[in-house]
Design a protein around this ligand. Structure first.
Ligand code: PGA
Length: 250
């Protein structure tokens, strides 16, 4: 199972970041989980540049630019040079700040050009009774992946993060049955976008109010390959508990 810890802007303290990184290294060594940490950019660079551990590092976003006279931009190339190997692309909080489907598609290409494994976030704003959210998910996936070559498409990890389930408590998260349905639907769309067996290895994650109270049920009741975890990933005790519950499961 793959665990991506999205620290968002929750962590601003070096000592706290150090503690979380050390804990993650221990967990990666003992739990059999693949752990990817996504700290805020300056903290990310402080740890990723000298990283030789089993833990990997992800950018929370990358710039649309390819470098040059662009003050304040952090490019895929700069992240790759700092030892980063994954990039979260199209998180709903970046989409809310202006990332359109077209920008998300461009950023995917930028990440892949520097051999960063993209974690493409998709997710509907709300659920309706007529299944319109399914068409929305199909559109987000298609617009992001269609411009890529079939080989590139196969490298993209998809994180399903319904907006209505982000940043809440476990009781508001998606139910295992509904997540299972959505995972199968996403895999079906991926298979259409990658004819042949290319989508067989595509990984699909879930994110949105994953906590110790629901992680085991979500992992057990679905074909999900892992989780993108926000608020529950920045408290060492809670993060340790999440890994423990998953380890019992896997
Ligand atoms: P959450 O955030 O775990 O705090 O709901 C997940 C995410 O936005 O990636």
């Amino acid at each position: 199972m793959l665990i991506v810890a999205n620290w968002k802007a929750y962590v601003e303290d070096f000592a706290k970041a150090k503690k979380l990184v050390a804990l993650s290294k221990r967990l990666a060594g003992t739990s059999g989980l693949t752990i990817v940490l996504a700290p805020p950019a300056p903290l990310l660079g402080a740890f990723s540049a000298s990283n030789t551990s089993k833990v990997a590092f992800a950018a929370q976003d990358i710039s649309l630019t390819t470098g040059g006279a662009k003050t304040g931009e952090a490019t895929a190339g700069a992240y790759a040079a700092a030892g980063v190997t994954y990039a979260i692309i199209g998180h709903s909080e970046r989409r809310a700040a202006g990332d359109t489907d077209a920008i998300v598609a461009e950023k995917l290409a930028r990440a892949l050009a520097h051999e960063l494994t993209p974690i493409l976030c998709i997710g509907e704003h709300e659920r309706d009774g007529e299944g319109k959210y399914l068409a929305f998910i199909r559109e987000e996936l298609t617009s992001a992946l269609a411009p890529l070559s079939p080989k590139e498409r196969a490298h993209v990890i998809v994180a399903y993060e319904p907006l209505w389930a982000i940043g809440k408590a476990a009781s508001f998260a998606i139910l295992p049955h509904d997540l299972d349905e959505m995972t199968l639907y996403i895999r079906k769309v991926l298979a259409e976008l990658m004819p042949g067996k290319n989508s067989a290895h595509s990984r699909v994650l879930y994110g949105g109010s994953v906590e110790p109270d629901n992680i085991r049920a979500l992992a057990a009741g679905t074909s999900i390959d892992g989780f993108l975890i926000g608020h529950a990933s920045v408290d060492p005790k809670t993060f340790g508990e999440l890994a423990k519950r998953l380890r019992v499961q896997t």
